[in-house]
Ligand binder design. Structure first.
Ligand code: HEC
Ligand code: HEC
Length: 452
């Protein structure tokens, strides 16, 4: 029961969008209302349907679950000709910004918005196109493609395999040249089940695992990111996102509404237009009486949905998976993929998330993962080579949840074996342990991961 009493069945089908099994019945209608908001395609303002307009003018996708497909991982384009829509290319230039976490590109901001509500963009490639030059509306920022590069890997036992890594390509720039010293970071959409339980883990339990100076000399440090909390107007530990750059679920969801969908809200009240994107700034908004496209109550509903998605139960472990479990611990994987926590007692509408023994397999801390995984782009306190340990619960169900098999922050790993082989830096010792195992025991470790 990785998600405690809220764990959900994986038969008849595995899902990352079911309500936690212990969510009180009285909260179910709210859950489903929030789910509808995460599912529904948002539309351009103004429309008669005031409750779901305000998309863009620049955006990445029309709905949350358009990227987090069925609540699971988002696909990353597999061929060089497929444009990227369901993952994000973050941007910045060198420097520090306490509030934003990185210095945005002066023209393109902190992520490439690959879509626009402009007719010329929406009709692209169809009959009778409107040319961007004749379109009074804001063009999309650019198209992003991925060139996959390969490198060979050979185990000490002679087994050969191929690893691949992405090189993003930015084309058809809508607003002139990019900064010369641009830093980019490709990020795939992670699974979102169990997010409310990750949020419930007490900060003291996470701090107890941190060892920033590696005082115990095990080669693994682990530290919290320190990020800006717009609600408290203060620096606090980060918890969500591949670099733990968001402090709370509400802020994660509100930032996604603004950055990924172009929907302004009480926490992020601006449209996703940089100061020089004039046509973008002039586009009519879908603001309601409160002055936002998404009012506070709908933000709370969407956050409530994400918070209460149940974690799929673990699958039965045969003898092989049991021996794989031993290797997982012997290799030191659990030093970062912290298996278990007990959440503190919580009250009110989060009561069911409290006092639960959970098995997320993450310490929610940043680790230096070495040069091969580095994006070279700092994010608040995280360096270009640090990443937050991702939870492993439900990881074996990815194929069933939505068929997406792209692990690690940029979706480069086509299977769990490749994901392990990319580990470096603080995880080098664990990787070496895995690599040195005989093939049947490597397979056993993967069989164990598949049961989580
Ligand atoms: C264009 C694709 C895309 C869309 C649309 C999108 N997301 Fe995400 N989401 C991502 C990516 C990529 C990340 C990781 C971001 C990072 O590491 O900086 C993420 C991270 C998250 C996380 C953090 C999960 C964790 O454990 O760290 C949550 C929760 C989330 N998104 C919810 C939402 C919600 C709710 C919406 C709709 C308002 C949404 N997302 C829209 C791509 C998307
Ligand atoms: C030093 C800390 C550390 C150790 C030790 C470690 N990992 Fe990881 N693991 C991470 C981090 C951080 C990531 C994310 C890296 C990225 O996305 O670039 C990760 C990613 C993963 C992923 C992909 C998860 C996803 O959602 O895409 C798997 C699977 C995984 N680790 C398994 C293992 C196994 C098995 C071991 C032991 C052989 C191990 N890890 C050891 C920190 C660690």
């Amino acid at each position: 029961m990785p998600g405690g009493e809220g764990s959900v069945a994986f038969t008849p089908f595995a899902s990352s969008e079911l309500p936690a099994a212990n969510l009180p019945d009285t909260d179910l209608s709210m859950f489903h209302a929030g789910k509808a908001l995460a599912h529904q395609p948002w539309v351009k303002a103004p429309t008669a349907t005031d409750a779901r307009d305000g998309l863009g003018p620049l955006f990445n996708a029309r709905s949350c679950l358009g990227c987090h497909v069925n609540g699971g991982r988002g696909p990353v384009p597999q061929t060089a000709e497929t444009p990227l829509f369901t993952a994000i290319l973050r941007l910045s230039v060198p420097g520090q910004d306490k509030v934003l976490g990185s210095v945005p590109d002066p023209v393109y901001g902190d992520q490439v918005q690959v879509q626009s509500t402009a007719l010329s963009h929406q009709l692209r490639g169809r009959i009778a196109p409107v040319l961007p030059a004749q379109d009074p509306e804001a063009p999309a920022e650019a198209w992003v493609y991925i060139d996959w590069r390969e490198k060979a890997f050979e185990y000490p036992d002679g087994t050969q395999t191929t690893l691949r890594f992405p090189e993003p390509r930015i084309e058809e720039l809508g607003y002139g040249p990019l900064s010369e010293n641009l830093l980019t970071s490709l990020r795939a959409a992670p699974t979102i089940h169990g997010a409310g339980l990750l949020e419930a883990i007490s900060q003291a339990d996470i701090d107890a695992l941190a060892d920033p100076e590696d005082a115990n000399g095990d080669g693994i440090s682990g530290r919290s990111n320190q990020v800006w909390d717009v609600e408290q107007a203060a620096m606090v530990p980060g918890r969500f996102g591949w670099k733990a750059n968001r402090p709370s679920l509400t802020i994660t969801v509100a930032a996604a509404f603004q950055g990924d969908l172009g929907i302004s809200n009480p926490l992020f009240p601006d449209q996703p237009c940089s100061p020089v994107q004039q046509r973008c700034r002039r586009t009519p908004s879908g603001n309601n009486a409160e002055g936002f496209e998404l009012p506070a109550d709908l933000l709370a509903l969407t956050t409530g949905f994400v918070r209460n998605i149940g974690v799929p139960r673990a699958r039965a472990r045969d003898e092989v998976a049991q021996s794989g479990r031993q290797h997982f611990y012997q290799a030191g994987c659990a030093d970062c993929h912290q298996p278990t926590f007990t959440t503190p007692v919580l009250g009110g509408e989060r009561a069911h998330l409290g006092h639960q023994v959970i098995w997320p397999y993450t310490d929610l801390l940043l680790h230096d993962m070495g040069p091969d995984l580095a994006d070279g782009r700092p994010d608040y306190g995280a360096t270009g080579s640090e990443w937050r340990t991702p939870p492993l619960w439900g990881i074996g169900l990815s194929p069933e949840i939505n068929g997406v098999q792209g692990f690690l922050h940029d979706g480069r790993a086509r299977n769990l074996e490749e994901a392990i082989l990319w580990h470096g830096g603080e995880a080098m010792r664990a990787r070496m342990h895995f690599v040195a195992l005989p093939i049947d025991q490597r397979e056993a470790m993967i069989a164990f991961l598949e049961t989580l």
